[in-house]
Design a protein around this ligand. Sequence first.
Ligand code: TYD
Length: 199
Amino acid sequence: MFVALEGIDGTGKTTLVSMLTKELEKGGYRVFATREPTERFHVPEDIVKSRDAVSGLSLFFRFTEDRFVHQREISEHLEKGEIVLCDRYILSSMAYQGVLLEKYFQSRAKTIGWMSAVSDAIKIRPDITFYIDVDPEISMKRISRRGAFTGFEEKEYLSAVRDFYNAISYEGKITLDGSGSVEKNFKEINGILTDRIRQ
Ligand code: TYD
């Protein structure tokens, strides 16, 4: 089973992946925990931080290229019968880069259509994608506790990313409220996964 976790920065995805890994392993399952971008992804910080349409285009291809290689690794683990937990996958590109590409396409539907077509190169798809929905106001407070940069522009961008995440319908997407504790989301996800595994 292939499970992806999605959401804007500061939603607790990384903590959730490690909590879920421990719990599933305790239950006797073999787990491959992974993330995107992978360590193969080397893009200058200024391009990642840039908010123009050209960077959006470049980043969409680069993240997709990273995923194109990553999917092979994921598929090898799935073939061994492991549960794959992935911190970010296709929806991250659609939401983060979609916001930038929309400036070029000038239509959300066209942007999503184009991104879906390019993403056809990615054949290994999650069975379930947990999208943790949270207001950037809350998520940015969590990030600032980690000592990262926060700013008005960043909040505006993350709000637009959040809108995109919510606008995209994607097979197997389950939306969870991320305004509460990480523990609460852990229990919800663990419950859903345990049910699915037993089916
Ligand atoms: P993140 O998981 O937040 O990594 P870190 O451990 O460094 O906090 O991912 C880094 C950033 O990359 C994050 O802001 C989201 C962005 N990103 C995209 O814009 N598109 C993508 O396709 C992916 C996978 C990540």
